[in-house]
Design a binder for this molecule. Structure first.
Ligand SMILES: Cc1cc2nc3c(=O)[nH]c(=O)nc-3n(C[C@H](O)[C@H](O)[C@H](O)COP(=O)(O)OP(=O)(O)OC[C@H]3O[C@@H](n4cnc5c(N)ncnc54)[C@H](O)[C@@H]3O)c2cc1C
Length: 390
C-alpha cells in the first residue's frame, strides 16, 4: 500500500495548510472564546473547492477521493479542530452520504448547493435517549398521503443551528428495530422543523451544536434516501467513512499537541537548562511522535481501503479498519494533548497558551462518531465474526 501523495494531493494539502496558517491561525483563539465559525468560511471553502472534495464534478464537486478529503481534514484540524468538525459534518456526514446513497434527482437537487457553500449540511442520528444504541432511535416518520410526518428530536447535532439541509434517521417501523429505520433529507423552512438553542460545550467551541426538533414535520415521500425501512444501509456506509474522516481530525490535533509541546520544551528552562534536556521529557516527546505516526499509518491505510470499497473493492475490511483507526487516533490525540499540556506545567493550565484549546478539543475524539467503547466493540465483533485468519 503506497502512501506517496500525488502531485495534486500535495498541492491541495499545501494550499489548505497555507490558508489555515494565514487566515485562521490568527483568529483561532478568538473563535474558541466567542464560539463562532470564521465569517464567510462556507463560501471561501466552496470557492477553494474543499466542500466538493469526494463529490463528482457532474454535481459541481471537485472529484478526488476519501484519502484526499482526510488529508484536508487533518490540515484544518492542526489549526482549528472546531472548524474541522463543522467541515466534516457538512462535507462527509451530509454531502458524502447523499452522494453515496441518494437518488439521481436528490443528488442533482442538493449536492451543487452543498459543494458551493450556498447551503450548509448536517446529519442527525443521535437522540436524547439513543446515542451508542443508534438503532434504538425513537424519532418516528408516519406516512400520510405523499408525505411522511416526522416527530421527535435529534441531540448534539453539529451545524444544526446553521444548517439548511439535514440528513436524518427515523423509525418507520418500530417493531423491526434496525430494519425499521428510514433516512430522510429535511430542509430548513419545512413546517414543524426547527433547531434548538446552541449548546455550550467545553471544546470545539466555534462549531455550532444543537438539537433538531421535529413537531409534525411534513416531508415529501421523495425525500427518502435509499429505500423505506432500509436506512440502516445508509447509516452503516456513512459511519465507516465518517470514522476515517474523524480519525484525520484526531491526527491533526495530535500533531499540533506534539509541536506545541516540543516548542515549549525547548524554550522553557529549569535547573539552568531547557526542560527538553531531561530524559523524562524526551520520553514524552518520543511517545507522542511514535503514537502520532502509528495513527497516521492506520488512518491513511483506512482511507485508501475506504476508497477501494467505494470502487467496489473489499467492502468488509473497512468496517473494522475504520473503527480501529478512529479508536487509536482518538486516544493517541488525547494522550498527546495531555502530555503536551503537562510539559507546559502551570502555563498549560492557563488560557494564554493554545495547548488548553487542543486539550479540550481532543476529548470529543473519544466520544463523537461512536465512543471508544463502541469502537472497540465494532473491531472485536468483526474479528470474532471472521475468526482466526481474519
Ligand atoms: C460536540 C458533539 C458533536 C456531535 N455531533 C453529532 C452529529 O453531528 N450527529 C449526530 O448524530 N451525533 C453527534 N454527536 C453525538 C455523538 O455521536 C454521541 O454523543 C455518541 O455517539 C455517544 O452517545 P451518547 O452521548 O448518547 O452516550 P451514551 O451512548 O449514553 O454512552 C454513555 C457511556 O456509556 C458507554 N456505553 C454505551 N453503550 C455501551 C456498550 N454497549 N458497551 C460499553 N460501553 C457502553 C459509552 O461508551 C459512554 O462511555 C455529537 C456529540 C458531541 C458531544
Amino acid at each position: 500500500m503506497d502512501f506517496e501523495l500525488t502531485r495534486e494531493q500535495k498541492m491541495i494539502q499545501k494550499n489548505v495548510k497555507e490558508f489555515m496558517k494565514k487566515e485562521i491561525a490568527p483568529i483561532a483563539e478568538e473563535l474558541d472564546r466567542e464560539c463562532h465559525l470564521p465569517e464567510g468560511i462556507w463560501q471561501t471553502f466552496g470557492d477553494l473547492g474543499l466542500l466538493g472534495l469526494g463529490i463528482p464534478e457532474e454535481y459541481d464537486g471537485s472529484g478526488m477521493d476519501k484519502f484526499t478529503f482526510t488529508l484536508v481534514v487533518e490540515q484544518i484540524a492542526r489549526i482549528c479542530p472546531g472548524l474541522a468538525l463543522s467541515y466534516v459534518a457538512h462535507s462527509n456526514l451530509c454531502a458524502h452520504n447523499i452522494e453515496h446513497n441518494a437518488s439521481e434527482a436528490q443528488k442533482q437537487k442538493y449536492l451543487p448547493g452543498l459543494c458551493s457553500g450556498d447551503r450548509i449540511g448536517c446529519l442527525g442520528l443521535t437522540e436524547p435517549g439513543a446515542g451508542s444504541d443508534a438503532v434504538g432511535i425513537q424519532t418516528t416518520a408516519e406516512r400520510d398521503g405523499n408525505h411522511f410526518v416526522i416527530n421527535g428530536s435529534k441531540m448534539f447535532i453539529t451545524n444544526a443551528p446553521i444548517a439548511d439541509i439535514a440528513l436524518i434517521y427515523t423509525k418507520t417501523n418500530m417493531e423491526k428495530k434496525a430494519w425499521g429505520i428510514t433516512a430522510f433529507i429535511v430542509e430548513k423552512g419545512m413546517p414543524g422543523f426547527s433547531a434548538g438553542p446552541k449548546i455550550d460545550k467545553m471544546g470545539h467551541r466555534c462549531s455550532p451544536t444543537s438539537e433538531l426538533i421535529f413537531n409534525d414535520c411534513r416531508v415529501p415521500v421523495e425525500n427518502i434516501v435509499g429505500e423505506l425501512d432500509a436506512g440502516i444501509n445508509v447509516m452503516m456506509t456513512g459511519l465507516d467513512t465518517e470514522r476515517v474522516a474523524v480519525a484525520g481530525l484526531s491526527l491533526g490535533i495530535g500533531e499540533t499537541a506534539l509541536e506545541l509541546g516540543l516548542k515549549y520544551a525547548k524554550a522553557r528552562h529549569q535547573f539552568n537548562q531547557p526542560i527538553s534536556d531531561f530524559q523524562m521529557v524526551k520520553a514524552k516527546l518520543a511517545n507522542m511522535y511514535t503514537e502520532i505516526e502509528a495513527a497516521r499509518g492506520l488512518i491513511y491505510r483506512a482511507a485508501l481501503v475506504a476508497d477501494q470499497a467505494d470502487r467496489g473493492g473489499k467492502g468488509t475490511e473497512i468496517h473494522k479498519l475504520a473503527a480501529a483507526a478512529i479508536l487509536f487516533a482518538g486516544e493517541a490525540a488525547n494522550r498527546a494533548a495531555n502530555e503536551s499540556l503537562q510539559l507546559h506545567g502551570g502555563y498549560g493550565y492557563t488560557t494564554e497558551y493554545p495547548i488548553n484549546r487542543f486539550y479540550r478539543d481532543a476529548k470529543l475524539m473519544e466520544i463523537g462518531a461512536g465512543t471508544s467503547d463502541i469502537r472497540r466493540l465494532v473491531v472485536a465483533d468483526e474479528l470474532i465474526k471472521r475468526g482466526p485468519g481474519y
